[in-house]
Design a protein around this ligand. Structure first.
Ligand code: ADP
Ligand code: MG
Length: 376
């Protein structure tokens, strides 16, 4: 039988309508291309992944959705020429918005006569998995170091309390000599500083298990803002908060979360204090996490909220960025390098993620993603 000449809609387009219902709720992004690499179908996950609505995707060439991803056109070409599907387990795919780590499969499509009719791309976003893996990896090295550190901190805590008590007694008994008083003050202040350090070390090495209760993230943020308020005002910095009131509750330890956000905001204030050029501006946003639309396995059903803290400081040097969550890593003269390590530990104990990025045009973005409470 002679093959009829197809007029539009082509075979791939007909397939697309047939698949649409099946694929609409598919969690992986699916993009169907005709033989000219023109997009003829995208499912909802693909619209979210590329941040491109269907109307702006259909009829456009594939590289409109994924600019500078040459390997993709090569995959499509190979799939069509060799009539075989191909999977790449780890690729960097550029959307118009950003680069994503993905697993990608390209499947050739055939019409009813066995001729090549186009190709389908199935894309899994691995960023969520990567961020979780990275957080877990950091946590493992923390846990190893933590046991040693906590043991040491326990040993130091008691003598420290003894020194502090003795200094106070000495101060009471000393004649009112400002010269001697200065020395007892130094002992007292420095033991206070060491006690804080020992407390941080214990928190890092032997952290109390979070006691999880329903928590409203905005109440936590308000408490933190009250604590840092005077410092922000004294420095003349401005703060802008955009809180999404529709966010659901978290199951969390609110005291521990408070400490995380306090550490992050204190770092932001330190950074802005160090920047001489412009007046410091801090912005804090809360929103539903939309980065992870394609979650895998058990995480499929889990949604996250995100707290973003952006400062207008000098930003973090790319060489430094990969170290900032390491315990004892500090670039400050009187820093301990424990703030972010503790924050990372707490967020990981809450099954969340913490990430740092450069902000535009300068400054730092810290993102904390936390699982929200599932509706029962
Ligand atoms: N918002 C920020 N802007 C610039 N650098 C930052 C910021 N937050 C953290 N850092 C960098 O990360 C390092 C580690 O931070 P942290 O663990 O809190 O320890 P510390 O504040 O004691 O130095 C800091 O010394 C700094 O170099
Ligand atoms: Mg800090």
């Amino acid at each position: 039988m002679a093959k009829p000449v197809l007029s539009a809609p082509t075979g791939a387009r007909q397939h697309a309508t047939l698949w649409e219902n099946v694929l609409r709720h598919f969690k992986d992004a699916v993009i169907v291309l005709d033989t000219e690499s023109t997009v003829v179908f995208v499912n909802q996950a693909a619209e979210e992944l590329t941040r491109t609505p269907r109307a702006k995707a259909l009829g456009y060439p594939c590289d409109h959705l994924f600019p500078d991803s040459l390997f993709l056109s090569e995959m499509v070409l190979r799939a069509c020429n060799l009539r075989q599907s191909e999977t790449r387990n780890e690729e960097t795919l550029r959307t118009r918005r950003k680069a994503l780590q993905v697993r990608i499969t390209c499947v050739p499509l055939f019409d009813e006569y066995g001729d090549i009719d186009g190709a389908a791309l199935v894309v899994q976003d691995l960023s969520h998995q990567k961020a979780l893996e990275e957080t877990a990896r950091r946590n493992e090295s923390l846990a190893r170091l933590g046991t040693l550190v906590a043991g040491l901190a326990h040993e130091v805590r008691n003598p420290l309390a003894g020194i502090k008590g003795a200094a106070q007694l000495l101060a009471q008994r000393l004649p009112d000599d400002p010269f001697l008083r200065e020395y007892t003050d130094v002992i007292s202040n420095e033991t206070d500083r060491l006690s804080t350090l020992v407390g941080d070390l214990l928190q890092l090495g032997a952290p109390p298990k979070p006691s999880l209760v329903p928590v409203n993230i905005h109440e936590v943020m308000q408490r933190v803002l009250t604590l840092v308020g005077p410092e922000v005002r004294d420095a003349g910095f401005s703060i802008q908060c955009e809180f999404d009131p529709s966010l659901p509750e978290l199951m969390a330890d609110s005291g521990q979360l408070q400490q995380v956000f306090l550490n992050l905001i204190k770092n932001a204030l330190d950074a802005m204090n160090g920047a001489s050029d412009s007046a410091g501006h801090l912005s804090i946003h809360t929103k539903m996490e939309t980065d992870y639309h394609i979650l895998r396995g058990a995480q499929r059903a889990q949604s996250y909220l995100r707290v973003e803290i952006n400062d207008s400081g000098p930003g973090i040097d790319p060489d430094i960025l990969s170290h900032i969550f390491e315990p004892f890593y500090t670039t400050k003269a009187r820093g301990t390098g424990l703030g972010l390590a503790i924050a990372q530990r707490i967020i990981s104990d809450h099954n969340g993620m913490i990430r740092a990025f450069p902000a535009e045009p300068h400054g730092t973005k810290m993102w904390v993603s936390l699982p929200i409470r599932k509706a029962s």
